[in-house]
Design a protein around this ligand. Sequence first.
Ligand SMILES: [Fe+2]
Ligand SMILES: [Fe+2]
Length: 315
Amino acid sequence: MARLTSTDRGTRSDPDSFAGGYFRNAVYRHWDPHEVDVAGDREALLDHEDDFSGGEFDMLRLGVARFGGGEEAVTEDLLPLALALEDTDARMFLTTQLYEEAKHTRFFDRYWTEVLEPVAAELDLEPTDPTDERYLNDDYVALFEEVEAAMAALLDDQSPEALARAYSHYHVVAESVLAQTAYYSLQSAFSDTGDDAVITRPREEMPTLSGLVTGIARIRSDEGRHVGFGMREVRRLVQAEGVDEAVVQGTLTGLMPHVAGIFTDIEGPVDHGAIVAYAREKLSRRLDIITDADEAVPPVEELVAIDGADPGPAD
Ligand SMILES: [Fe+2]
Ligand SMILES: [Fe+2]
């Protein structure tokens, strides 16, 4: 209640503050996961039935199940941070992040029921659920258990070290390295403008999945904003609050083998070496920004700028 009776300031939120600007950006960039047109993806998969069926279709199911499941896990894992934040604008921003993680979950669930299930039925493939344990692997389970534990620890310990550990697990590794790498590889595989270095087959043999790629572009754009917020917080904790950078470095290097392990059993038409190299490059770039006083987190407008991520006109 002290918050409501404090009379030493004007409005409680400030759109010109760092977190206030992030909140505005999230509101401005709103998109609806139910509006992304995925019908064409069914046709594209059926048109490529001869080149892209059986095992490779299963790998697409694995990717959607694994990374959609990750979005669901991080939606829940974020809740303790809402209680640890004290600033009004930061809390307002966090509500947008929670909402967006839930939207990401919804997009992948929708993709499963509206694209992958009907295509599997049409191709006479075994129907599966995205929650089937065949889609997990040990590194995936270990990584998400560690993220959950680091976030849940905030319920009892809101020290700068505990916060730095939580942001390093969630915002830096799970969102910035794992999610961005996963979405980059899916975009590379299924967009006609994807990175050919990541696929191991000729582009013309791959279906172009415009609905998946559009949804992922919007998710990546949201993740750019989430990562920017977390990176700035870790940087502040290290540079201004006295947290030893070894706390961050140890978390990142400890989790990296799990990140790599999440990709190495994906036997689809993607090159593991190229994907893991992309993840490592992201990780070392993040570490530079956190630990080097001369570096800076780019402005939020730059972090969310991804081709295909601009919401269409609201009509
Ligand atoms: Fe997400
Ligand atoms: Fe996120």
